[in-house]
Design a protein around this ligand. Structure first.
Ligand code: SAH
Ligand code: SF4
Ligand code: F3S
Length: 473
């Protein structure tokens, strides 16, 4: 029998944001040191981890229906004398704690986003305990200390574009948001720790690193010389890793967009000209009620400053429609802001009242029907802008970092500097290459193109204005 067949198998299902994707990979690393290998189906697994998201009601409810299915599977496995551990990790685990067990008795382990480094010992505990094993503390010693020593990536091939969490938690307390409660207070990792993780990722094949944090531009970590640096300092340092071609960061808060970070978009060529900068609403009244601590014109100033230093920079945002008290006029202001910025892509949601947040109990909750109407109008506008942005790239030659191949290896796809997916017919190209691609077709959510015969590594035309002029001709 092969060694792999003897190993225990773990299935990890990830919900929510990129930080959960990062955490799931680290959970896989940690469990590998306890002899578990990852499998892609719960049926084959000895242990299942649901790494959950609490951000909107829908996200949390999905977890409970999945637990319903797992309860049946667990019964089936146990009837055959097989072990089957169900662990709930992530933000639902943090928010609901023991309550989870009342709704879903099949859960053996509940572990929060800051304590999953304890999972291997919790699994051992669980095999002897008859009761729930739970840890939802916010520990003084960061989980990253354990993660660093267990990072198994050595030897593993990693994806061309890799996530790296540099900052955790949030101190901003927007009135609709659960993150400060589920992830805890803001914490920045040190530059040295991040640098050594980045070097490992690059050694294992990553060409792009996306720096993650719930409020990543609030990053302020201890630098190599012991002096605190901001996100721009970290990016500058990482940009010296030779084989790292691209750096991005997400998600940012407008209030933490400092002038020095803005200038980094001019000064650091590896920093890509695309920024996810959520605004949520274009109405000053709603922004104040949301405790966003800035106005719509402040946001527009940041956009202008960024465009001044990097003409071709493209933007995306998050929007919430139907925040309690949102009037037609407030909603119109959001549409106006969208028109003035012209986003390359965006995410938008109906307000979801989350237990424990200040907005959940406000008067003036908006009826579901009206939220739906507003969302559909807003998404119509955002889709149009995305299409116009994609159209503006037609016939341009753009550097595309090739990231994925389709199953029969006929097509290969990658991203432009502006985060658009481009599909190309595969010829000699390989995953991990940066190819110059002529865009031949635009679609609603992606592009297609062909590899250019000459190999310039710079953008052929690098300004959004040029593209917009083309659209207008
Ligand atoms: N840290 C990021 C995003 C956090 S969550 C930021 O500061 O912007 C991602 C997005 O989910 C938010 O930007 C917001 O648009 C949306 N969101 C958060 N809470 C929500 C709620 N209660 N209802 C609807 N959407 C919500
Ligand atoms: Fe949530 Fe982002 Fe606001 Fe923090 S800044 S409370 S993560 S929406
Ligand atoms: Fe969801 Fe937690 Fe991320 S609530 S969005 S998984 S930080």
């Amino acid at each position: 029998m092969s060694k792999t067949a003897l190993k225990k198998k773990i299935f990890i299902k990830t919900y929510g944001c990129q930080m959960n994707v990062y955490d799931s990979d680290r959970i896989a690393d940690l469990m590998a040191s306890s002899g578990y290998i990852r499998t892609h189906t719960p049926e084959l697994a000895d242990m299942v981890v649901l790494n959950t998201c609490h951000i909107r009601e829908k996200a949390s409810e999905k977890v409970y229906s999945e637990l319903g299915r797992l309860a049946q599977l667990k019964e089936h496995k146990r009837s055959k004398g097989k072990e089957f551990i169900v662990a709930l990790a992530g933000c639902v685990a943090q928010a609901e704690g023991e309550e989870v067990r009342r709704r879903s008795p099949c859960v053996d382990i509940v572990v929060g986003p800051q304590t999953y480094h304890r999972l291997p010992e919790m699994v051992v505990q669980s095999s002897t305990a008859n009761s729930l094993v739970l840890d939802t503390e916010f520990p003084i010693i960061s989980k990253f200390d354990s993660i660093n020593t267990k990072l198994s990536s050595a030897g593993d091939v990693c994806s061309t574009s890799a996530f790296l969490t540099v900052q955790e938690g949030c101190n901003r307390f927007c009135s609709f948001c659960v993150v400060p409660y589920t992830r805890g207070a803001e914490y920045s990792r040190s530059v040295g720790e991040i640098f050594s993780e980045a070097e490992k990722l690059v050694a294992n094949g990553a060409k792009e690193i996306i720096l993650l944090g719930q409020n990543v531009n609030a990053y302020h970590g201890i630098g190599i010389d012991g002096v605190e640096v901001g996100l721009e300092g970290l990016i500058q340092y990482l940009s010296e890793i030779k084989d790292l071609l691209r750096i991005r960061y997400t998600t940012s808060h407008p209030k933490d967009m400092t002038d020095s970070l803005i200038q980094a978009h001019r000064d650091i060529p590896k920093l890509m000209p695309f920024l996810h900068l959520p605004v949520q609403s274009g109405s000053d009244e709603i922004l104040a009620a949301m405790n966003r601590q800035h106005t719509a014109s402040y946001y527009m100033k940041i956009i202008e400053k960024l465009r001044n230093v990097r003409e071709d920079i493209a933007f995306s945002s998050d929007f919430i429609v139907g925040y309690p008290g949102e009037t037609d006029a407030d909603f119109k202001s959001t549409l106006e802001l969208i028109k003035s910025v012209e986003f390359a892509q965006s995410y938008s949601f109906k307000f979801s009242a989350r237990p424990g947040t200040p907005a959940a109990d406000l008067k003036g909750q908006i009826p579901e029907e009206l939220k739906k109407e507003r969302l559909s109008e807003l998404q119509g506008l955002l889709d149009k802008q995305q299409r116009a942005f994609n159209l503006s790239c037609l016939n341009l030659e753009l550097p595309v970092l090739l990231e994925r191949e389709d199953k029969d290896k006929q097509k290969i796809s990658g991203r432009t500097p502006y985060m658009q997916w481009v599909n190309i017919q595969k010829n000699q190209e390989c995953i991990g290459e940066l190819s110059n691609v002529i865009i031949t077709q635009d679609y609603a959510k992606s592009l297609s193109g062909k590899v250019s015969c000459h190999s310039k590594s710079e953008l052929a035309i690098s300004s959004i204005e040029d593209r917009i002029q083309r659209v207008n001709i």
